[in-house]
Design a protein around this ligand. Structure first.
Ligand SMILES: [Zn+2]
Length: 116
């Protein structure tokens, strides 16, 4: 996010954001399912055959062609990033007051929680 407005009144801009301010949470069941899907996708890519078949597999997976001769680690990272980019709950820890804000996935509104 480019900036975050906390209920404490402080605004944190992305460029000033501490590295541990933006977090994500996944429902446990979704994380278990996604981890398995990622493993299956990477295995399917590796086992799809020679370079031409792997390229075709990747084109079908992405819906568009990718460059030739991408290292396996780049392909694996692309798959991991793509699969983990859905189903998470954004969390922000205000660097000024320490409140935790959780974004409602339905409304996008933030709920704030403070240490008791
Ligand atoms: Zn705050």
């Amino acid at each position: 996010m480019s900036r975050f407005s906390c209920i404490c009144g402080e605004v944190t801009h992305e460029v000033d954001e501490p590295a541990d301010a933006s977090l994500v949470a996944y429902p446990s069941a979704a994380m278990l399912r996604t981890r398995r899907e990622i493993a299956e996708l990477i295995a399917a890519y590796v086992e799809s055959g020679d370079a031409a078949r792997r390229e075709e597999w990747l084109r079908r997976y992405l819906g568009e062609p990718l460059g030739h001769d991408e290292p396996l680690v780049e392909i694996a990272e692309l798959i991991v990033n793509r699969e983990l980019n859905v189903g998470f709950l954004p969390i922000f820890r205000c660097p000024h007051c320490g409140r935790i804000a959780l974004s409602d996935p339905e409304t996008g509104k933030w709920e704030f929680f403070a240490r008791g």
